[in-house]
Each structure stands twice: as C-alpha cells, then as structure tokens.
Design a protein around this ligand. Structure first.
Ligand SMILES: Cc1cc2nc3c(=O)[nH]c(=O)nc-3n(C[C@H](O)[C@H](O)[C@H](O)COP(=O)(O)O)c2cc1C
Length: 217
C-alpha cells in the first residue's frame, strides 16, 4: 500500500475524507516499524551517498513508518529516549513529513502523523528543482521552547544543528539499507517554509531532506 492510499484510508476512517477540510486535527497511526533486518552496518556506511534524482514511485506507508522510527523513533520505555541522541535529551527537533497530499508532524511518542497542512507544498521545502517532485521531503524544525534555558543563543544554535545531524544521518543509513535515495539540504528559504508550514514563532526551520527511489538519469 502506498502512502497516499494508506493515509487516505486512515483519514477516511478517522475523519471522513483527506480532502474534507476537517482532518487537520486528526492523528494518523502509522503501522509498526520493522526494527529487524537491513544491510550490515559497515556495508551501509560504505554505500551511503546523496541522491538528487528520484522516480515518482510513492514510498509505501510501511517503509515511511520504519524510516521515521529510524530517524527519531522511541527505543526505550521512556518516550524521551530515541534512535537519535539530543543535547540534554531535550528532543527539541521536530520532523515535518511533506507528501503530495499534505504536511504532517511526526509524533515519536505515539508513532503518529498529525496533519498541519493540506495540499502539495513540496516545492516550498527547498530551492532545488527536484524537491517539488521528490515523493517525500522531511523538514527539520527546532522547537525553541524545548531548548535548555541556561544555554545562550550560540549554544542553542550549535546543539540544535548537531541534533538534526544525528537524525539526518539516521535517515541516510536507513535509506541506504532500504534501497532509497536521500539528500540532506540546507538550501531552502526558511522563513517562507515557516509560513507554509504555519509554524509558531518559537519553531524555526533548520534543514530539509528529500527521500525517494533513485532514478538512474
Ligand atoms: C549540512 C549539510 C547541508 C547540505 N545541503 C545540501 C543542499 O542544500 N543541497 C544538496 O543538494 N546537498 C546538500 N548537502 C549534501 C552534500 O552536498 C553532500 O553530502 C556532499 O556533497 C557529499 O556527498 P555524499 O553525501 O554523496 O557523500 C548537504 C549536506 C550537509 C551535511
């Protein structure tokens, strides 16, 4: 099942219709991630690279589930402990999942997606042409209200950048193992994307990452 069909059917159950205009407050439960298998770590490290050309093949929702869990999923009984470390364990980085049908906030605690925007805003996630057609763009946002109060502005900046980097590398490694292509991206208009994602002022766009099946061209 691809993401479009899975999300549509999930929302159809939850709220009537993806396009109804009533779905924005609904959460979509992702299937359980597959935490087993994959290629050996050393092989994945050797094969990791950036990809900037994707086919239009949608990413199956089961793959999206495992990808998001690999990125920042919960690994222990305490939901504050994730696949990616974070400074002071503040978990201040949020992942927005931008798909053709809308933008969703990934909630690691419940492994759910929460819709924040309806419609296709993929082109707003970066300044390179391929982002508008990549099947999936992740947008990394820092929730400044979660950052340690005793950190000065510079320390907040460097710790948030490091915390995103761990997540981005997790996504690279998962994609390499799963036969997906990906590229981490700094080239974006953060203020424009902030508006398109309807983020409050204390949440700031940092980076993005495109994902899809690589095309040979
Ligand atoms: C912080 C950061 C920002 C990056 N920004 C972009 C970007 O905006 N666009 C892009 O095409 N690649 C971007 N990249 C990918 C790098 O260009 C890429 O990792 C580098 O050329 C090495 O290639 P490789 O990933 O295939 O090993 C970024 C990488 C990092 C770590």
């Amino acid at each position: 099942m691809n993401i479009s069909h899975a999300l549509c059917s999930s929302l159809a159950v939850l709220s009537g219709s993806l396009l109804s205009g009533t779905a924005l407050s609904d959460d979509i439960m992702l299937p359980a991630p597959d935490k087993k298998g994959g290629k050996p770590l050393m092989q994945v490290l050797n094969e990791r690279h950036s990809t900037r050309s994707f086919t239009d093949k949608p990413i199956p929702v089961e793959v999206l589930s495992s990808l998001l869990w690999a990125a920042q999923g919960v690994t222990r009984d305490d939901p504050d402990y994730r696949t990616a470390p974070s400074s002071r364990n503040s978990n201040e980085i949020e992942i927005y999942v931008v798909l053709p049908e809308g933008a969703y906030l990934y909630k690691p605690e419940t492994h759910k997606l929460h819709q924040v925007v309806q419609g296709d805003i993929r082109a707003a996630t970066g300044t390179q042409d391929f982002v508008g057609t990549a099947p999936l763009n992740l947008v990394y946002v820092v929730d400044q209200s979660k950052q340690p109060g005793d950190f000065d502005a510079k320390r907040k900046q460097v710790t948030a950048a490091a915390d995103v980097g761990f997540i981005g590398e997790n996504v690279y490694l998962f994609c390499t193992s799963a036969g997906l292509g990906t590229v981490f991206r700094a080239m974006l208009d953060a203020e424009y994307l902030q508006r398109r994602l309807r983020l409050p002022v204390f949440k700031k766009v940092l980076y993005a990452q495109s994902v899809g099946y690589p095309s040979n061209s």
